[in-house]
Structures are given as structure tokens and as C-alpha cells.
Design a protein around this ligand. Structure first.
Ligand code: OGA
Ligand code: MN
Length: 210
């Protein structure tokens, strides 16, 4: 499978990604993956979300009570446990390499999770990383990615991603419908963002490069 990945992300696409990140800090990519790979990821997430997902606000961390007021989705970290997950991770590794060659961002580890927002679920405005918060044990998140797997999204279904220029800005820079096979990348410590309340089942893969 990994040889195929060279076709998924052409030099042209990698140039566009790098140029857009350098000039505006984010990039939007339609038809990001071959349709059969996107469809197999959707099947994977639909099956796993019936049994394996955990509420994003519940876990070991002491911040989690707070989390459940901020976000109500449920998640599952991708591993190499299924073929589509393996392929997705290798595509995102290829993207990392392409961006590093062009922008010298020094991106290192990539991690990602599936998310499911059911009717009424949301994620309030937040940053994925804070400037200058870099512990010696864990490198800060540099670049965020969200890949959308919601089939047949229609106006009124909600669950749009809103990106803001800063925490106080009222109008969003970008309001993005979670359209199937669309990917957005943005600098993790620059853009506060939120997920508006969803009216339908909404699936995505959120990922971060440190
Ligand atoms: C996140 C996030 C956005 C989305 O999980 O940190 O911001 O559109 N997700 O799912
Ligand atoms: Mn986020």
C-alpha cells in the first residue's frame, strides 16, 4: 500500500500545502484521498464507533471535568489496527515529510483520532497548542489536521468548523462544512477554532504534528 501513497500526495499538492501554510497559516484540500480509501475509513469509523469510542471529556486527566463542558464528542485514537488506518497514517507521514522538505518546520510525531459528534454535540472555541508551552518531555503541537468523513452533509446539518484569527474575533476567518473527503490543515498555536453544534452524526479524523 505504501507505494500507492506517492500518488495520493503529488509534488503539486505538497507545494500547494506548503505555500498556503507559509502565506496564510492554513490550507483547505478538497478530494484529499482516493474515494475508495475515504470510503473504507468511513466504514472503519462507523463500525468502531458502535463499540470502541470514549467520551472525549472522560479519562485519566484531571482536566476532564472541564473538558466535558468544552467538548461533547467521542473519540478513538488511530493505531495501525486496520488497513485504512494504516494507510491514512502513512499518507499523513508523507505529508509531514513533504512539508518538512519545503518549510523546514521540523514536524516530528503525528497522532490522530477519530471523532464522532452526534446530534447536539459541539466543541467550543479552543487552541490546539499554546505558544511557548513546550515541556522537555513532550513537544508542542505545531500543525493540526482535520479530515472529514461525514457523508451527504447538507446546509442545516451543523457541525461546521469555524477558524478565528484570534480568541476575541467574533466573525470567523473560515466556516467549513464537514464535507466528505475534505481536509483542513492549520497552525496549532495560531488559530482558535470551534465545532458548531451538529444536528447529525458527524465523523472526522483530527490529527496533530508535534
Ligand atoms: C479537535 C478539533 C475539529 C473538527 O479535535 O481538536 O478541533 O472539525 N476538531 O472536528
Ligand atoms: Mn482543535
Amino acid at each position: 500500500m505504501s507505494n500507492l501513497n506517492n500518488i495520493f500526495l503529488t509534488d503539486q499538492v505538497l507545494d500547494l500545502i506548503a505555500d498556503s501554510i507559509a502565506s496564510q497559516g492554513y490550507v483547505l484540500l478538497d478530494n484529499f484521498l482516493p474515494i475508495d480509501l475515504a470510503s473504507s475509513l468511513l466504514t472503519d469509523v462507523e463500525v468502531l464507533s458502535r463499540t470502541e469510542f470514549k467520551a472525549a471529556g472522560i479519562g485519566r486527566n484531571k482536566d476532564n471535568k472541564l473538558n466535558s463542558k468544552i467538548r461533547t464528542d467521542s473519540t478513538l485514537w488511530l493505531t495501525q489496527q486496520t488497513a485504512p488506518q494504516m494507510t491514512y497514517i502513512s499518507v499523513m507521514e508523507q505529508l509531514k515529510q513533504g512539508v518538512n522538505e519545503r518549510l523546514f518546520m521540523g514536524l516530528s510525531e503525528f497522532e490522530c483520532h477519530y471523532s464522532r459528534y452526534q446530534k447536539g454535540d459541539f466543541y467550543l472555541r479552543h487552541l490546539d497548542a499554546f505558544k511557548s508551552q513546550q515541556s522537555s518531555t513532550q513537544k508542542n503541537r505545531r500543525l493540526s489536521s482535520v479530515f472529514y468523513l461525514t457523508p451527504d452533509w447538507q446546509t442545516g446539518d451543523g457541525g461546521e468548523l469555524c477558524l478565528y484569527a484570534d480568541q476575541k474575533q467574533v466573525n470567523s476567518l473560515l466556516k467549513l462544512a464537514p464535507l466528505f473527503n475534505q481536509c483542513v490543515l492549520f497552525l496549532s498555536d495560531v488559530f482558535p477554532h470551534e465545532v458548531l453544534e451538529s444536528q447529525i452524526d458527524r465523523f472526522s479524523i483530527a490529527g496533530w504534528y508535534r
